[in-house]
Design a protein around this ligand. Structure first.
Ligand code: GRG
Length: 417
């Protein structure tokens, strides 16, 4: 089947040792808590390098420990604090890049780049951290030597990847909201609701064209090809979701493939683009890709949990938007494995609203939510292991950024918004 082939293609882990490590790692909380004062526990040597790992309870414990002992340490590794200044530089540049000639288009295109409605800025944060993690430093303000100028140029090129990625992301949100007839996004009216479908579609196209212009300016055909593939994946994932057959609706493989296309492809390919522009080897580029892919998959799995639970742990507190739109996600697919009688209900679909109630009732009795969280944790751990497999560095900033990237893998699975 097409999608099975596709998924095995994306899920290939580049290093056998990486996967072996994840599958074999111990998870006792005490082990992690005992061994260190930072966020991580060094528990195993992987391919000659030390590997960081933990279990969720240990992470929460360590979080508390740090909170009591030193908020300085917490801030030092806080991913968002580390790149805060550069993020606002990127945000300002983005606002300048999306200015359009025609006033209506200008206000539509800038809509989600205005201060306060920029979203979580998860993607640019990851990409700027990845740039430093791969040894491309943020230069001092007054670059003096030729070496400094080269670093500045390279860092600007990597910031450009963060900008392009954010423009593609926002374009996809605009088009998504038109397709879903959404009325809210980022706590305000969606652009389609405020300015109409036509302008929302055109604003999305405009952002894509601005992203293309920036991409072309980088003069790197491999990077152009990576990000063009991302757009193809976004469209493919959305179409898969729109055209799901009864059989596909019941398939975990189909769901994971769609999740990769809709959510993980953008961040994985952008991470790879950072590595390529930074002049890294194919192996390092693949590790950057693996980090983004697994982080993106973990992110979406948790999103799918939150759709049922919201900020609380109890079922039915979320918006239930997926199931109401007939979209079946991992929690239900796991519940189906536990209660095979659910299969025929999901197969029928949700034109009959009673089927939604039946599915929710079974989901409540099942371990579907917990299994989804565990799968997200596996992907988060794979992402962390990819960072750990990067070539060793003694540079303090490189180490800090790598720790922040690992920290993000845990934030993604413990987030409640
Ligand atoms: C125009 C490129 C383009 C694509 C058209 C509609 C479509 C095809 C694709 C939809 C892709 C889509 C919206 C996927 C969902 C991805 C996702 C997880 C969005 C939410 O990301 P957050 O939570 O959002 O990071 P914020 O608001 O924080 O930026």
């Amino acid at each position: 089947m097409l999608f099975c082939r596709g998924f095995s293609r994306i899920s290939t882990t580049p290093r056998k040792s990486l996967l072996g490590f994840i599958l074999s790692r111990p998870t006792e909380p005490s082990q992690s808590l005992l061994s260190n004062q930072y966020l991580y526990s060094t528990i195993k040597v992987c391919g000659g390098r030390k590997a960081f790992s933990w279990s969720l309870p240990s992470l929460l414990g360590i979080g508390r420990q740090i909170h009591h002992s030193s908020s300085v340490i917490e801030e030092q590794f806080d991913p968002f604090s580390l790149v805060a200044e550069e993020l606002s530089l990127v945000a300002n540049r983005l606002r300048a890049m999306v200015v359009a000639e025609v006033p209506k288009l200008a206000s539509a295109a800038e809509y989600f780049f205005k201060v306060g409605v920029e979203g979580k800025r998860f993607r640019p944060t990851v990409l700027l951290l990845m740039a430093t993690a791969l040894n491309v430093h943020l230069p001092e303000p007054a670059a003096a030597s030729v070496g400094d100028t080269l670093t500045t140029d390279l860092r600007t090129r990597l910031q450009s990847i963060a900008e392009i990625t954010e423009m593609i992301h926002v374009a996809s949100l605009l088009h998504d909201d038109v397709l879903d007839d959404a009325d809210k996004r980022r706590g305000i009216g969606s652009l389609n609701a405020v300015m109409g479908n036509k302008l929302a579609v055109l604003a999305g196209d405009f952002l894509l064209s601005r992203a293309c212009v920036s991409l072309a300016a980088l003069k790197n055909t491999e990077v152009v090809s990576l990000l063009a593939t991302v757009v193809e994946h976004l469209v493919t994932g959305e179409t898969m979701q729109m055209t799901t057959s009864s059989e596909q609706r019941c398939s975990m493989e189909y769901y994971m493939q769609k999740t990769y296309y809709k959510t993980a492809s953008l961040i994985s390919n952008s991470c790879k683009a950072i590595a390529l522009l930074a002049g890294q080897t194919a192996e390092v580029a693949m590790l950057a890709f693996e980090y983004g892919k697994n982080l993106g998959l973990a992110f979406q799995l948790i999103d799918d949990v939150l759709d049922f639970t919201g900020t609380s742990a109890s079922l039915g507190k979320g918006s239930l938007s997926d199931i109401r739109h007939g979209i079946v996600t991992a929690p239900i697919l796991f519940a189906m494995e536990e209660f095979p009688q659910l299969h025929s209900v999901v197969y029928q679909g949700f034109d009959n609203p009673e089927n939604i109630d039946i599915v929710l009732e079974y989901l409540g009795k099942s371990h579907g939510i917990q299994m989804t969280r565990e799968l997200a944790m596996k992907h988060a751990n794979l992402a962390a292991a990819a960072i750990d497999s990067l070539p060793e560095s003694n540079d303090e900033n490189v180490i800090k950024s790598r720790r922040a990237l690992v920290d993000l893998t845990q934030r993604v699975i413990t987030r409640n918004k």
